[in-house]
Design a protein around this ligand. Structure first.
Ligand code: SAM
Ligand code: SF4
Ligand code: SF4
Length: 371
């Protein structure tokens, strides 16, 4: 059993100041960072709580009954989230993903979805509004989410075998209920649906082929995610990572695959199709194959900090600006200024000295900024 690393520093306590620059930065959709990367994708974490305890994300030993979640007053309100999202859209964001923690645990999430669905991109189109969930509450909520304006969902599912799945979520949650949630999402029209599976060697690798078999021909795109060294609590070890190439080889031994073209720039998943035309699978290889070159994703934490990279040690405190009375132009300028200074490329540097994101324990948790 691997020894767990307990976080020494609570990274939520520190923040970088989000300053309004002296010269205003126009929100004209043309923003780019120091490496020429545009801002296209905004991930908003709406809660730091979760009803699962996936060992790779919120291990029980750390996220126990004594763990202090953010108090309600720290969370951005729906109005604050919507106001910030409007500025991000003005800077070129096309896609908004709600995440967490478990986003469906945030009370009245449908109200936030309705507010975000009313916003527009610089092209005048509605944002592509999506949500990543563990699926546990989806059977109950899919219809209301769709009615509120959600376009589609991504469901995380790490296996089909009930015993393996219960072990992965570590709260004894049955796989059948997630499958019911998937069915409800499909029925409500929340598609195209994606399913994300984190593959951890020695834990759920035997689920790779059954998952591929189950979802091929279903119209649902299954994506395999390499177990990542996010946060400081999951006791990550390289030997528990199953490289995408190996996952792909396992599937191809049963169902031959052909590589497909990427669907959009900044797309995180490499797409492969079943040679017999029965759908496609994706591989998100953030450990073995860096994709920072066109990373166009910004992350807004539950309490309003802007993170420029999944592996960043700190975020910029937008809530302070919001609650300090900044107007929309000032908020947009501050966001523009922060993005223009962005140089993050952790995955490309992983394992080198440049990859240091701070002292051990300073890296932000996935459950805090979302995936
Ligand atoms: N609770 C929701 C869920 O599980 O879908 C949303 C938040 S969760 C942090 C978002 C995604 O991050 C999930 O697909 C999860 O599997 C993934 N994730 C969490 N920790 C990870 C890790 N260490 N490596 C790779 N993916 C991880
Ligand atoms: Fe919860 Fe999602 Fe993290 Fe699992 S991956 S513990 S479901 S936030
Ligand atoms: Fe983007 Fe950071 Fe991931 Fe690179 S490591 S792809 S910059 S989030």
């Amino acid at each position: 059993m691997a020894e767990r690393v307990i976080p020494l520093v609570d990274q939520r306590l520190s923040a970088l100041r989000a300053a309004v620059p002296a010269t205003a930065i126009a929100a004209d959709g043309l923003l780019a960072d120091t490496r020429g990367r545009e801002l296209r994708d905004l991930r908003i974490s709406v809660t730091d709580r979760c009803n699962f305890r996936c060992s790779y994300c919120m291990p029980k030993e750390v996220f126990d009954k004594d763990y202090r979640y953010l108090p309600h007053a720290s969370l951005l309100s729906f109005e604050e989230i919507t106001r910030l999202a409007r500025q991000f859209l003005a800077h070129g964001v096309r896609k908004i993903r709600l995440t967490g923690g478990e986003p469906l645990l945030r009370k009245n999430i449908e109200i936030l979805i309705a507010q975000l669905a009313d916003l527009r991109t610089v092209d005048g189109t509605p944002p592509e509004l999506t949500l990543t969930t563990n699926g546990s509450l989806l059977a109950r909520k899919a219809r209301a989410l769709k009615d509120a304006g959600l376009k589609r969902v991504t469901v995380s599912l790490d296996g089909l075998d009930d015993a393996v799945f219960r072990r992965m979520n570590d709260v004894d949650f049955p796989v059948a209920e997630v499958l019911e949630g998937l069915a409800a999402a499909r029925e409500a029209g929340l598609g195209p649906i994606k399913v994300n599976m984190v593959v951890k060697r020695g834990t759920n690798e035997d689920q790779v082929v059954p998952m591929a078999r189950h979802f091929r021909s279903s119209g649902i795109v299954l994506r395999f995610i390499e177990y990542m060294d996010v946060g400081a609590t999951n006791g990550w070890r390289m030997d528990e990572v199953m490289p995408s190439a190996e996952v792909r080889a396992r599937i191809a031994a049963h169902f031959p695959l052909v590589q497909l073209d990427p669907s959009a720039p900044g797309e995180t998943a490499e797409r492969w199709g079943y040679a017999d035309g029965e759908g496609e699978v994706g591989f998100i290889s953030s450990v073995t194959q860096a994709f920072c070159g066109d990373c166009n994703r910004a992350r807004l934490s539950t309490e309003g900090k802007l993170y420029l990279c999944l592996f960043a040690a700190n975020g910029y405190d937008l809530r302070e600006l919001l609650r300090g009375g900044a107007d929309d132009a000032q908020l947009a300028s501050a966001i523009g200024h922060i993005w223009q200074g962005r140089s993050d490329r952790y995955s490309e540097l992983r394992g080198t000295q440049g990859a240091d994101t701070g002292p051990a324990g300073r890296r932000v948790e996935m459950s805090y900024i979302g995936g």
